[in-house]
Design a protein around this ligand. Structure first.
Ligand code: SF4
Ligand code: SF4
Length: 176
């Protein structure tokens, strides 16, 4: 026993009204009827969506610099900081002629986040010294296969021609 707390169970006889159940059924129907006129606590997702909190932590993005080069230098600090062990990566050395692709001499040739393990705590973002990984206000979409939740660079790195705006959430964080 973990605690000394105990509950005394009473076995008192049911009254006639309790035995016939009808008052309880009528009471249940009344409660259901009453709730039909109350504001529902749920929304019809996905047609309706709730407004996110300004500091909502959603799908990650691997950012590029102004010149379109990947910021990540595969230092592994995000993976070490991750309490869910959701991040894995493979480091590679930048070759001659790849300076326009990767900002640092070392980069992540493979970078994966297992979204089923991730608890969206944001510690990877805090640990990153290169401003390479950020959580965004985007949702991780539903999938049918577990493997589809392993997000690689194809889904994480922001496209140069379609940048992911992180300023709104970052602004809220600095103001908080
Ligand atoms: S948000 Fe948290 S759990 Fe998810 S990858 Fe980053 S550190 Fe790991
Ligand atoms: S995202 Fe940041 S912390 Fe993680 S490996 Fe890249 S540079 Fe290091």
């Amino acid at each position: 026993m973990l605690t000394n707390r105990s509950v005394v169970v009473s076995k008192k006889e049911m009254t006639l009204m309790e035995k016939i159940y009808l008052p309880a059924i009528v009471k249940g129907l009344w409660i259901t009827f009453w709730h039909m006129f109350k504001k529902p606590a749920t929304v019809r997702y996905p047609e309706q969506q709730r407004e996110w909190s300004p500091v909502y932590r959603g799908l990650h993005v691997l950012k590029k610099d102004e010149e379109g080069r990947e910021n990540c230098t595969a230092c592994g600090l995000c993976a070490v900081a991750c309490p869910a062990e959701a991040i894995t990566m493979t480091a590679a050395e930048r070759k001659m002629g790849e300076e326009h692709l990767y900002k640092e001499e070392k980069y992540a040739s493979v970078y994966e986040i297992n979204m089923l393990r991730c608890i969206f705590c944001g510690l990877c973002e805090e640990a990153c010294p290169k401003e390479a990984i950020f959580l965004t206000d985007r949702m991780v979409p539903t999938e049918y296969q577990r493997e589809s939740f392993i997000y690689g660079k194809d889904k994480l790195v922001e496209p140069t021609d379609n940048r992911v705006d992180i300023t709104k959430r970052q602004k809220q964080l600095t103001e908080a």
